[in-house]
Design a protein around this ligand. Structure first.
Ligand code: MF3
Ligand code: CO
Ligand code: CO
Length: 274
């Protein structure tokens, strides 16, 4: 059974079993945090070039987050020591920034989550390095389409299963695999809150969407099969079959008539080429 709670019942900023229905304060907080997050990805664009290391990009994310008055929510999160996740090629998600040098033909996801005035703005985009083969570019394009088709379903009266169904249908039409092991999530003052937003599903199933719900949609789409393998570092998730993987993520809030995307790029840098 799905239960919901109002802002007045949400006094402690804890993860709860009930789905939080946020009010004006939450939407204002998410708008600000979301814009910081989107602005960081916009500002990274000229830096994502051959020769740069993922660790250098992580340093930039930390500096830009602090300069905007925020804190990277991933720093110290469950022992994670970095300011963002950078997932290259066959890495699905939670790639750890480090000494890896970007080279021509790489595709990568950069996922940032600034905590601003107590609210989490969580967003990620794909980046292309130099000349990327058409096969990889097509995976990136279809993954972006999956995210936006999911968002099109986000309005009162629809269910989470409608979002998953839209994403799964589009990905599988292209013979891609939708990752099951990681999901979108409620967020707000809590980084990872209920509900889980699964990127596969059947229409009309799962919790009903209600005004005030705030959550991410962040489909991870594999060029091959959906299977995941976790590396020994305990974080890096890679495709089992070594196929390429792509992901885009937005933080959204359900309104009376549809949804608001908090992490939209005001500069229009929605997907590559930027
Ligand atoms: N930003 C990721 C998400 O979309 C979470 C990263 S948690 C970390 O939910 F610890 F891996 F950084
Ligand atoms: Co997220
Ligand atoms: Co994220």
């Amino acid at each position: 059974m799905t239960t919901y709670m109002t802002p007045s019942e949400d006094t402690m900023a804890l993860r709860t079993n009930a789905i939080k229905l946020h009010g004006q304060e939450g939407f204002a907080g998410m708008r600000k945090a979301g814009q910081v997050a989107a602005g960081i990805l916009d500002a990274l664009i000229p830096h994502v070039v051959p020769g740069v290391t993922t660790g250098e990009l992580d340093d930039l994310v930390r500096e830009m987050t602090l300069a905007a008055g925020g804190i990277p929510a991933t720093l110290g999160y469950r022992g994670y020591k970095h300011s963002c996740c950078i997932s290259l090629n066959n890495v699905i998600c939670h790639g750890i920034p480090g000494d890896r040098v970007l080279k021509d033909g790489d595709i990568l996801n950069i996922d940032v989550t600034p905590l601003v005035d107590g609210w989490h703005g969580d967003t990620s985009r794909m980046f292309l390095v130099g000349d990327v083969p058409i096969k990889a570019r097509r995976l990136v394009d279809v993954t972006y389409e999956c995210l936006m088709l999911g968002i099109e379903q986000a309005r009162p009266g629809k269910h989470l299963g409608d979002i998953g169904h839209a994403i799964q249908t589009h990905a599988e039409r292209h013979r891609y695999g939708v990752v099951r092991d990681f999901c979108g999530h409620g967020l707000g003052r809590v980084f990872h809150d209920t509900p889980e937003v699964v990127h596969v599903g059947r229409p009309g199933t799962g919790p009903e969407l209600k005004p005030g719900m705030i959550f991410t949609i962040e489909p991870m789409i594999n060029g091959g099969k959906p299977g995941v393998r976790l590396l020994d570092d305990g974080w890096t998730a890679v495709t089992r079959d070594r196929s390429l993987s792509a992901q885009f993520e937005h933080s959204i809030g359900i309104t009376e008539t549809g949804c608001e995307i908090f992490t939209l790029s005001l500069a229009g840098h929605h997907h590559p080429p930027y």
